[in-house]
Design a protein around this ligand. Structure first.
Ligand SMILES: Nc1ncnc2c1ncn2[C@@H]1O[C@H](COP(=O)(O)OP(=O)(O)O)[C@@H](O)[C@H]1O
Ligand SMILES: [Mg+2]
Length: 202
C-alpha cells in the first residue's frame, strides 16, 4: 500500500511538472551554451539569437537579447502571433517559453520547431515561389495582412521554405507579424501579388 501511494505521488508530480527543455542558458567564447552544451548557431535578427537545441536538432531556441528593453514586448507579440496562426499551420509550432538568467540579466526564450530549409535570402527557385504563393493565399483567404514588410531583407529573412519535424515542405512564417486586414478582398490580393513580385525579383 505504501508503495502504491509513493508510486502514485511520483506519477502525479512528474506529469504535473515536466522538466523544461531549456534548463540553463550560458555564454562561452562567442557562442551560447544551452543546458551546459554548445548550441549551434542557426540565425539572428533584430531581437534574438536563434540556436539549435543541443539535445534535439528538430527544435530551435530563440534567445531574446537581455539588454534590449523592447525584447520583452517583442517576445509577447511573437508568442501571440504564433498562437493566433496555429489553426492555419503556417508558423513552426511553439513548444516552450520561459526566462533564464544570462550574464546576470533575465532573457526570455522560446523553443520552436526548426524549419529545415532556407529563408528567401538566397536564390528563390520557382518551386520555392510556389510555396510562398500558397502561404500568401492562405493568409489572404483568412483576411490577414502581413506587417513588417517595408524592407525587402526583413520580408525575406522572416519566411522560410522547408520542413518541420511535424509538417510538410512548405513556406513558413518564422517571425510572424500580421494584422486583421481592413483592405477589400481585391486590395488584399493586390497587396500579396506585390509582395510575391518583390520576392521573385533579383
Ligand atoms: N523556426 C526556425 N527554424 C529555422 N531557422 C529559424 C527559425 N526561426 C528563425 N530562424 C532563423 O533565424 C533568423 C532570425 O530569426 P527571427 O525570428 O526572424 O529573429 P528576429 O526577430 O531577430 O528577426 C531567421 O531569419 C532564420 O534564418
Ligand atoms: Mg526576423
Amino acid at each position: 500500500m505504501r508503495f502504491l501511494v509513493a508510486a502514485l505521488v511520483l506519477a502525479c508530480s512528474s506529469s504535473a511538472v515536466a522538466a523544461p527543455m531549456v534548463r540553463s542558458i550560458g555564454l562561452y567564447g562567442g557562442g551560447y551554451l544551452i543546458n551546459g552544451l554548445p548550441a549551434a548557431y542557426v540565425g539572428s535578427g533584430d531581437f534574438k539569437e536563434v540556436l539549435q537545441l543541443p539535445a534535439d536538432p528538430g527544435l530551435v531556441v530563440k534567445v531574446f537579447y537581455a539588454d534590449t528593453t523592447s525584447s520583452a514586448p517583442e517576445m509577447r507579440r511573437e508568442v501571440a502571433a504564433i498562437r493566433a496562426l496555429e489553426p492555419l499551420a503556417v508558423a513552426p509550432r511553439l513548444v516552450e517559453r520561459g526566462e533564464r538568467t544570462v550574464r546576470g540579466q533575465a532573457a526570455g526564450y522560446l523553443v520552436q520547431e526548426r524549419v529545415r530549409g532556407s529563408t528567401l535570402d538566397n536564390r528563390v527557385t520557382a518551386e520555392k515561389l510556389e510555396h510562398v504563393r500558397a502561404l500568401f493565399e492562405t493568409l489572404r483567404a483568412a483576411g490577414l495582412e502581413l506587417t513588417d514588410t517595408a524592407m525587402d531583407f526583413k520580408l525575406r529573412a522572416n519566411i522560410m521554405v522547408g520542413t518541420t519535424r511535424g509538417g510538410p515542405r512548405q513556406a513558413y512564417l518564422v517571425d510572424p507579424a500580421f494584422k486583421a486586414s481592413d483592405k477589400t478582398a481585391a486590395q488584399l490580393g493586390v497587396f500579396y501579388d506585390g509582395l510575391l513580385a518583390r520576392i521573385a525579383r533579383r
